[in-house]
Design a protein around this ligand. Structure first.
Ligand code: ATP
Ligand code: MG
Length: 247
């Protein structure tokens, strides 16, 4: 679809188009398109731009990733369709492993995602070879499987667009969990240590830049209160709603 640059919602339509292309090339499944739709609704409420509270969370996330012993970026179909280059750039910047983990698991889709990441410069992609599989205890669904070289032995995990059950399971395993989630009310947003309430397509770029800057100096872990930051996200959404409603 050709989207005119002057269209008032050009940015969000371009993002939607990426998802549709990802669906056509086998990275994304129908459920992923629906999950994206929920994200879009919340993106509308934050004015489709990165907010102050998101920047605060991104700074805390960059600090955690740069200081981590063994960070991992968990990749699903939507993330691979939206920002394959950024996944690889961030992994190189903070020295993180890249691991594919799908809610609706399929060997074929895992391979398609791994190829897409490699085409974008990834050297190693975990979660593909079952020889290295380990299981997260007390979690039903295919997502309990993790790679022993990656998420299983990691200390900090970035799990963008994640389902709540899995986030809770990762927390129980003692991982520090960072997520991108446009819905501040989701279980993932509420359970993670650091929730970035921003569209991953905007936020990842900022996270990469922030991590590059922090790498140059020794990052100091400042206090970050996720619940407080999530409340601020809700207050900002509420203010936007009032502005729109009473304009
Ligand atoms: P939970 O399982 O955490 O309670 P959920 O079941 O409502 O959440 P899921 O489909 O499991 O939602 O997770 C997808 C999440 O990703 C949703 O909260 C959605 O708002 C968010 N999301 C979708 N697209 C984007 C995007 N591009 N950037 C950031 N967040 C997104
Ligand atoms: Mg869910």
């Amino acid at each position: 679809m050709l989207i005119p640059k002057t269209h008032p919602r050009a940015a969000s339509l371009h993002i939607r188009e990426k998802l549709v292309q990802g669906y056509r090339s086998g990275l994304v499944i129908e459920e992923g398109l629906i999950a994206h739709g929920r994200g879009e609704a919340f993106d509308y409420l934050i004015g489709e731009k990165t907010s102050k509270n998101a920047l605060k969370a991104i700074k805390a996330a960059a600090t955690a990733l740069v200081s981590a012993r063994s960070p991992v970026i968990s990749v699903n179909g939507n993330l691979a369709a939206l920002c394959p280059k950024e996944i690889v750039q961030l992994a190189k910047t903070v020295n993180a492993k890249i691991e594919i983990n799908l809610f609706y698991n399929s060997e074929k889709r895992t391979k398609t995602i791994a190829h897409a990441l490699k085409r974008n410069g990834a050297e190693q992609v975990l979660g593909v070879d079952q020889k290295f599989s380990r299981k997260i205890p007390r979690l039903d669904s295919a997502r309990r499987v993790v790679d022993k070289r990656g998420m299983f032995s990691s200390d900090v995990v970035l799990v963008p667009l994640e389902d709540g059950d899995r986030t809770i399971a990762l927390k129980k395993l003692g991982k520090k969990v960072i997520t991108f989630d446009l819905n501040p009310l989701s279980r993932t947003a509420q359970t993670a240590d650091i929730t970035i309430v921003d569209n991953v397509i905007r936020g990842m770029k900022i996270l990469i830049e922030m991590s590059k800057k922090l790498k140059k100096k020794k990052p100091v872990t400042a206090k970050f209160d996720n619940k407080k930051n999530l409340s601020q996200a809700l207050v900002e959404m509420n203010n936007n709603l009032r502005r729109i409603a009473y304009a």
